[in-house]
Ligand binder design. Structure first.
Ligand code: GLN
Length: 550
């Protein structure tokens, strides 16, 4: 048979979700990637999100969870964080597309006249653009795992599903498979596992023309053979393609459960690839470590969206990783900054071994965060400030140590007499290799320092001690910077500038001299932490918390 696409290096796994959201499609995709890697294959990923926003950069973390930042400065869906944590793949802007981004590029082409006066339609123009986006990751790896956001049946998801249906026709059966994640609930009153939601969801998918090859069944127990048989029969998939996606204690167990259920075997069989047996020892050791910690430590996280854990996803994981590196279970105590404003820091922080103030935007809660920082500084509690957390540590220091009572960031008080954090008018952008100019009038979306930037570390500092090297690269997402005018006075009062951009103009890390461990970084280290490779700063922070306070 003749195919539209020949000589494809990459094979595709499409992951869709049914019944309801939050079943863990992103984690399932990441775990599939981990299993493929464990067989010696290289993997890449792509997340296709049906919403109309061009990227999640401007979305409220309450609604959408964390914005994950890649090395190339893309503001992406938090599932890309799972992909990077579970595998060695590096994500970039081409690994996350939204309907908005797809439509935007089609509309730009239409305005340019690229369609030569033709009627521009969802099929074929939007679907072609989606297929082009999918194809943009072909060639990057042996396996590309493409996750479709949302749930089958959503109106917005239809063009994506249509596009992936066509895609397999273009590349051939052994080059693309469909995996569908559904729910198999255990109904207590009936004492039974129910397959009907799965049946309906698969029916919905088949109505669009997609017959899943594998069904992942999210459930609280392993599915007995008769249930698998039933799903196999009603959903028209092989019995050994019905996989239990059992609830687990730690997310890092998912690859092992999938393997136990034969998922990776089935995938390579369907895609007709020969690989070595999976090597899962590192994952087994990791799970053992997570489940048998020698110590326990509680970290207080003083933030703004603390009700919604999704908004600090990478941070949570990085803290867990820091714990793994120290043989410790890390209890995360989320504290709403405004509660500290109400009750004082002592009430909320007396039982924590470390204080962390994460990144954030806007004034609300900054007073409470600074009260927490002051408490950690004065009581010698290990402290890690990330991005906004670092900026607030600088302001707190200016006000209470350096005597600049009205010091502030111009983000919160544009008229402060001491703008210790401010918008830098001009700075050299190492990533783009050019001078950047900024002022208040510049369009909000475009003025952030985004993505990976180099940073040089001073020896004999907490930072150097943690990283054990002189040059590092970390990811940024912020507008404001440390004001160099105050470097000298702060240094006199005991602040140490331990990390700088290579031209020494941008302050990247600050710390305190007479403190067991007090570090603020302008970047987001949480985006680069992996369970198998815990981030140096989180490792050192947890270590300090364990040493000082337990
Ligand atoms: N709001 C601050 C800024 O824009 C900090 C941002 C952040 O913490 N990611 O610079």
């Amino acid at each position: 048979m003749e195919r539209k696409v020949e000589n494809l290096k990459t094979k595709f796994i499409f992951v869709t979700g049914g019944v309801l959201s939050s079943l863990g499609k992103g984690l399932a995709s990441a775990a599939i990637g981990a299993l493929m890697e464990s067989r010696g294959l290289t993997v890449t990923f792509q997340k296709l999100d049906p919403y109309i926003n061009v990227d999640p950069g401007t979305m409220n973390p309450f609604q959408h969870g964390e914005v994950y930042v890649t090395d190339d400065g893309a503001e992406t869906d938090l599932d890309l964080g799972h992909y990077e944590r579970f595998t060695s793949a590096t994500m970039s802007s081409k690994n996350n597309w939204t309907s908005g981004k797809i439509y935007y590029s089609v509309i730009l082409k239409e305005r340019r006249g690229d369609y030569l006066g033709g009627t521009v339609q969802v099929v074929p123009h939007i679907t072609d653009e989606i297929k082009k986006a999918i194809m943009s990751v072909a060639g990057d790896a042996d396996i590309a795992i493409i996750e479709i956001g949302g749930t089958v049946g959503d109106i917005e998801g239809l063009p994506f599903l249509e596009a992936i249906r066509q895609f397999r026709l273009d590349v051939g059966k052994e080059n693309a498979i469909y995996i569908h994640l559904t729910l198999v609930p255990y109904i207590k009153t009936a004492g039974e596992l129910k397959t009907k939601p799965t049946q309906h969801s698969v029916k919905e998918l088949r109505a669009i023309g997609i017959q899943p090859d594998i069904i992942l069944c999210r459930t609280d127990r392993f599915l007995p053979p008769e249930i698998k048989r039933k799903i196999s029969l009603f959903c028209n998939v092989d019995e050994d393609a019905v996989i239990t996606a059992k609830d687990v204690d730690t997310i890092y167990e998912v690859p092992l459960v999938f393997h136990q259920e034969g998922l990776d075997n089935k995938i390579v069989e369907l895609l007709n690839i020969w690989t070595r047996e999976p090597q899962l020892k590192a994952w087994e050791e990791l799970i053992y470590k997570i489940k048998h910690p020698k110590h326990t430590v509680t970290i207080g996280i003083v933030g703004k969206y603390t009700d919604l854990k999704e908004s600090y996803k990478s941070l949570n994981e990085a803290l867990v990783h820091g714990g793994i590196a120290n043989n410790a279970r890390v209890n995360l105590k989320y504290i709403e900054a405004t509660d500290i404003e109400k009750d004082g820091p002592e009430a909320w922080l007396q039982d924590v071994a470390g204080v962390l103030v994460p990144g954030g935007f806007g004034k609300r809660g900054t007073v409470g965060k600074m009260m927490a920082i002051q408490y950690a500084r004065e009581n010698r509690i290990p402290f890690l400030g990330i991005c906004l957390g670092m900026q607030l540590a600088v302001i707190e220091f200016a006000r209470h140590v350096a005597g600049l009572k009205e010091a502030d960031s111009t983000e919160f008080n544009p008229d402060t007499p001491h703008p210790v954090i401010y918008l830098m008018r001009e700075w050299y952008d190492f990533r783009r290799g050019k001078i950047q100019k900024r002022d208040e009038s510049v369009d909000k979306g475009g003025t952030m320092r985004l993505g990976a930037y180099p940073c040089q570390l001073q020896k004999n500092t907490f930072a150097y001690e943690a990283y054990q090297k002189e040059e590092i690269s970390e990811r940024h997402r912020h507008r404001y910077e440390f004001n160099n005018k105050y470097r000298e006075v702060f240094t006199q009062y005991g602040m140490i500038i331990s990390g700088l951009s290579p031209d020494k103009e941008l302050v990247e890390i600050v710390e305190l001299k007479d403190h067991p461990w007090f570090v603020g970084c302008q970047f987001h280290p949480e985006f680069k932490s992996r369970p198998m490779k815990p981030h140096p700063l989180f490792k050192a922070f947890i270590k300090a918390a364990l040493t000082e306070r337990s």
